[in-house]
Ligand binder design. Sequence first.
Ligand SMILES: NC(=O)c1ccc[n+]([C@@H]2O[C@H](COP(=O)([O-])OP(=O)(O)OC[C@H]3O[C@@H](n4cnc5c(N)ncnc54)[C@H](O)[C@@H]3O)[C@@H](O)[C@H]2O)c1
Length: 496
Amino acid sequence: MVQDRREFLKSAAWMSAVAMAAGCANNPLKLFGTTGAPMQGFALKPMKKVRVAVIGVGRRGVSALRRISMIPGTEVSAIADLFQDRIDGELKWLKESGKPTPKFAKAGPEEYKRICESDAVDVVYNVTPWHMHEPIAVCAMEHGKVALNEVPGTQTVDGCWNLVETSERTKMPCMMLENCCYGEEELLMLNMAKLGLFGEITHGEAAYIHDQRDLQFKSDRYHTMDGERDAAKAGKPGWTLHFYAKQGGNQYPTHGLGPVAKYMDINRGDSFDFLVSIESKQASYRHYAQELFDDWRRDFGVKIGDMSQTLIRTKLGRSILLQLDACTPRPYSRINLVSGTRGMAMGYPEFRVALEDKTGDGKAHKFMDEAATAELRKKYAHPIWKAAGEVAKKVGGHGGMDFIMDLRWSYCLQNGIPLDTDVYDLAAWSSMVELTRRSVESGSKPVECPDFTRGAWKGGKGFTIDEIDLSKLPGDFGGVKHDDNSDANARQEGFI
Ligand SMILES: NC(=O)c1ccc[n+]([C@@H]2O[C@H](COP(=O)([O-])OP(=O)(O)OC[C@H]3O[C@@H](n4cnc5c(N)ncnc54)[C@H](O)[C@@H]3O)[C@@H](O)[C@H]2O)c1
C-alpha cells in the first residue's frame, strides 16, 4: 500500500492534545476495535530528502539530532525545546559541522504545534518527556507528518488506541524509536530465530535493570513537570522521578520487550494474551536519599518498587518474563533471552548461546565456548549490521545501535519501504505501562492485553530480515564523526 501523505493533509483536522490519564486502574480497558490493522505493511511514497524536526534537545535529543544530520538524504529542518540555550547549542553544532541551518528553531512548550503546521518538515522526531509523546505525535500525524516517538510511545492504553486510530485515520506512520531492536546482538538473535536455530520458540526474558539513583536524585539535567530547569536545585523532582513517585508498575518496558516481541512475531503471527505483575517494596531510592541528603530528597516518597516483575502469556502459549529495576545497586542488564525446542541465547551478562545440533544430543546443556560463539556471531550477523555496522560504531552511542535505527527509518522513507515497526507494535509494547500497573494494583490479578491489530495478528507473516543497500542513499558517510555526546550520555558503554 503506497499513499501520498499530502493527500491527507487536506482532510486532516487538528485534534486537541489528549490528557494523560494516570491512575485509571478502575476504568474498563478497551480491548478490541472493529477493523483489522491497515497500517501494517503501509508505506509512503519515497521521499527525496527526509526533513526532520527534532522536538526536545535534552540528554537524548542532542545525540539524536547529531546522528540524524549524519545520514545521507536526511536533514534537521526544525528544532524545538523548552530552553533556548539548548537549541542554540545545536544550531552552533550544525553550523560548525557544515550542515544546513534549520528553518525553524524556537523555544517554548507549544512550539511543536507551529512545527507540525510547517511545510518544512516531513518527520517529527519526538524526544520529549513521557507525557508529551502522545500529544506531539497526534499533532504531527494530524498535520501529515511521520511521527517517531521515543520510548515508551505513550503511557496509557487509551493513549495507545489514540495513536492507533490517529495513524489509521491520517494514514501517517507512527513508530516507536526502540533502539534496542537494532542492537548487534538483538538483530543477530532475530536472524537466528528466523532461521529456526532455537527451534519452536516457547519463552523469552526481557528487562531494564539500570541503577538510576544518581540520575534521578543528583543530575542537573532533568527539568520539573512545570518546566523549571535543574530539578534538584529547584527543590522538586525531575519529570521521571515525578512519575516514579506517583505510580507503580513497569513504566519503562520496551527496551527489553521490543526485541523479544520481534523474536516471537508478536502482532504478526502471535499476540500478547494476558499478564500478571508483582512488585517488590520500594527501598533502594529511600535508603539512598536518606543516607545522602538533608534536603527535600531525604523524605521524598517513591512509589515504584525496587523490582517490578511481569509474566506475559501469548495467544500461541509462549511466556515472557519482563522486569524493571531502576534503583537497586546491581549491574546493568536487559536479560534479552530467548529459548525454544532446540536451544537458547541470552545477552547478559554477556552474549551466550546453547544449541543442539540434533534433538536430544545434549549439546545445549552447556554454553558454546568463546571460539564457537565468535564463529556463530560472524555467520549469523544481521545483514543491516554487515552493511552499516562499521559506520554505526564510528558514530558511537550505545555501541552503534542508535545510528543503525536512525539510518534504517530514513532509508525506509527514502525508498518507500514500510517502517520496521508500526503503531500496533508501539501500542502493544507501550501498553505494558498501564497493564502492569493495573495488575499490581489489583493484587496481581491477571489482566487481559488489548489486541491493537483487531485480529490481524493471525494472518501475520512474521517480522522479516531486512537489508540496507547503502548505494540507494544519496551520498556517503564521508562527514561522519564520532559523537562524543552520545557516549558521554551513556554513562557506561552499553547503558541506555
Ligand atoms: N532510547 C533510549 O535509549 C533512550 C535513552 C534516554 C532517554 N530516552 C527517552 O528520551 C526521552 C527524553 O529523555 P531525556 O533523558 O533526553 O530527557 P531530558 O529531560 O534530558 O530531555 C527532554 C527535553 O525535552 C524538552 N521538552 C520538554 N517539553 C517540551 C515541549 N513541550 N516542547 C519541546 N521540548 C520539550 C526539554 O526542555 C528537554 O530538553 C524520554 O522519552 C526518554 O524515555 C530514550
